[in-house]
Design a protein around this ligand. Structure first.
Ligand code: G6P
Length: 372
């Protein structure tokens, strides 16, 4: 009903407005003296965390893209190899699991059957399972050795938004927790990353202010047949998430690519008028990926693509080559995706609304898929 939506036009609009709180509430109570303290890990014991030699993330849909971001951060901070597996692919290929494997499941509902079956399989194979879940007392948490709850609040719209940023937040906390236990990051560096994470909610609020211009963009694109998304490093999962949102919400063929892969195939798709969203790394990025992505933009622009760049505020290098620039606040490289994803959530919602579709309940989809 309208009252449940709190005056918003859809649950999704309300839930996007709650993205800052979803991050802030997921951090709440988990930081002490600037360091991460996850009491949820206590039943596992620090010796288990010290001994793991591999992490496997299992999830479906948007949660799997959160998992990809978790991979980049956990590997960088905790120096443990991380694989991300779609839950429904995982157990059907006799995966290698030992008592030194930590499986992390991610599920907003905690009821996704594919993910549940992967969790059960992992437990039976002797792996430890930690679940990231948004729903208290759901089935997946009950089947796990430990649970790190995301505190996004109930999510009603089928397409996940605030749960996604909360999942990424939880994974970053897990990464910093493990890094602390294993001593792979100094306390000083952990504190720096914690402070960056704590600064994210206010920065998301800044991004939400640009929603009017994104709505405008969506209104111009109601006849668009296909949209591509490019990103690199932590921008890559965001490209995939942006594409998934357009499929789910606007029924548009959309695909996300790793920007470096462009020259290995996808560039053949570029013809005049093709809309391409590009998630641009910060010009301050220590891996200097910024230059490489800007040169990707030049390549597709030269072939007539219409480029919409999501770039750091003040990034002058993209201006000459982009048709539109959506600015995001400055943040450390691992934290940019939590900002860059917001315009894509808004864009999916606005394009769906502009096409007169059901924003909260897209055709053929269910909020939680409880069959395999
Ligand atoms: C369904 C939804 C997706 C969601 C996926 C995983 O397919 O339509 O939006 O990302 O399930 O859901 P979960 O509850 O496990 O996070």
């Amino acid at each position: 009903s309208a009252s449940e939506k709190g005056g918003w036009s859809s649950f999704m609009a309300k839930e996007i407005s709650e993205e800052p709180d979803a991050v802030a509430n997921t951090i709440l109570g988990r930081v002490q003296d600037g360091l991460v303290r996850l009491t949820e890990f206590e039943p596992l014991g620090d010796d288990v965390i010290a001994n793991i030699d591999r992490i496997v993330v299992v999830a479906c849909g948007t949660a799997a893209y959160a998992g990809m971001l978790g991979k980049y951060a956990i590997e960088a901070w905790a120096r443990v190899p991380v694989d991300v597996e779609l839950a429904h692919e995982f157990r059907y290929r006799n995966p290698i699991l030992t008592d030194r494997t930590l499986v992390i499941s991610i599920s907003q509902s905690g009821e996704t059957m594919d993910t549940l079956m992967a969790v059960k399989f992992a437990s039976e194979s002797g792996a430890k399972v930690v679940s990231v879940c948004n729903t208290h007392g759901a089935t997946i948490p009950r089947e796990s050795d430990a649970v790190v709850y995301t505190h996004a609040g109930p999510e009603v719209a089928v397409a996940s938004t605030k749960a996604f940023v909360a999942q990424v937040t939880a994974l970053y906390l897990i990464g910093l927790h493990i890094a602390g236990v294993r001593g792979t990051l100094s306390d000083e560096l952990i504190r720096e990353n914690v402070a960056e994470l704590q600064a994210v909610p206010a920065k998301i609020s800044e991004v939400l202010v640009t929603s009017q211009s994104i709505k405008q963009l969506a209104h111009w694109m109601t006849d668009t047949q296909s949209v591509l998304f490019l990103g690199r490093h932590v921008g890559y999962p965001i490209a995939l998430e942006g594409a998934l949102k357009l499929k789910e919400l606007a029924y548009i063929h959309a695909e996300g690519f790793a920007a470096g892969e462009l020259k290995h195939g996808p560039i053949a798709l570029i013809e005049p008028g093709q809309v391409v969203f590009v998630i641009v790394p910060s010009p301050r990025d220590p891996n200097s990926l910024h230059k490489k992505v800007v040169s990707n933009i030049q390549e597709i622009r030269a072939r007539g693509a219409r480029v919409i760049a999501i770039a750091e505020k003040g990034d002058a290098a993209v201006l000459p080559f982009a048709d539109e620039v959506i600015p995001i606040p400055l943040a450390g490289s691992f934290f940019e995706p939590l900002l860059a994803v917001i315009p894509l959530h808004i864009f999916g919602m606005e394009l769906s609304a502009a096409k007169g579709l059901d924003v909260d309940q897209p055709r053929n989809l269910a909020k939680s898929v409880t069959v395999e």
